[in-house]
Design a binder for this molecule. Sequence first.
Ligand SMILES: NC(=O)c1ccc[n+]([C@@H]2O[C@H](COP(=O)([O-])OP(=O)(O)OC[C@H]3O[C@@H](n4cnc5c(N)ncnc54)[C@H](O)[C@@H]3O)[C@@H](O)[C@H]2O)c1
Length: 280
Amino acid sequence: MATAPRGRLQGKNAIITGAAGGIGLETTILFAREGASVLMADISEQALAKALEKVKEIVPDATRVETVKCDVSKEADVQAMVERQDSWGGTDVIFNNAGIMHADDADAIDTPDKIWDLTHNINVKGVWYGSKHAVLSFRRHKKTKGSVINTASVVALVGSATPQLAYTASKGAVLAMTRELAIVHAREGFRFNALCPAPLNTPLLQDWLGDDQAKRYRREVHFPTGRFGEAIEQAHAVVFLASDESSFVNGTDFVVDGGMSKAYVTPEGPATVPPKNLAK
Ligand SMILES: NC(=O)c1ccc[n+]([C@@H]2O[C@H](COP(=O)([O-])OP(=O)(O)OC[C@H]3O[C@@H](n4cnc5c(N)ncnc54)[C@H](O)[C@@H]3O)[C@@H](O)[C@H]2O)c1
């Protein structure tokens, strides 16, 4: 279903990493709908091509949407990605969202070294490189405001008895790093906020849960709403953080979790009805 641009991000050049699916794709669609020019970045070229088609179908009159292959754990890739927007007038917004949760990630004893390193190279160094090259670009283009949104997770805030130690530690690092960057760059007008999504209905988690009902229930029961979150619910929060509406929102752990991290005993009864994602 095609929707007309509304303009909350009119005139802004935005980069979204991990844009080929899940949160990144829904955010691309909303950004395009709000008038932003968007550079979609992902490690998978094939998935990017499909995602771009989807965006063009849903927002046919998007200002500008392009794709770039980028492995965020490689600084040269990230630099090239950000510099791609030099000819557009420079980056105004970057959503450092690409991240992995590896199936072999485990507890203190069983997490393999190589999984720790892989996870941290993507989830932490990727966010650092994205933040670094965004700041360089903001300065190069003499921007007086810029918004950087980094995807962390609720596991950086609450403990889980089903450990993914490398992932959890990486997301804690994203929170701490984002907070510090927010303070360092505040007088330049560059804002940094961390998005903390709860477990979602995206392939990252759902493929791993499969149809194991017990495993699923163990997580679902913690939601006051009785359901996992949807990618579009994260994307709406990112639009706010990217826009000038959030000009005084800086250094936050922006939690979008349906109340999960504030809950003790959760209600019984049927789950609430989730909103529909646009890409599906
Ligand atoms: N899904 C959840 O339950 C959940 C919860 C909390 C936080 N998160 C975080 O949200 C972010 C997005 O997750 P999602 O659920 O949309 O996942 P997803 O798996 O649907 O999308 C992630 C995208 O990142 C891309 N990617 C992977 N490695 C990359 C790399 N090295 N360089 C560039 N792109 C790469 C993938 O190809 C994919 O398109 C991640 O950082 C994830 O850790 C997800």
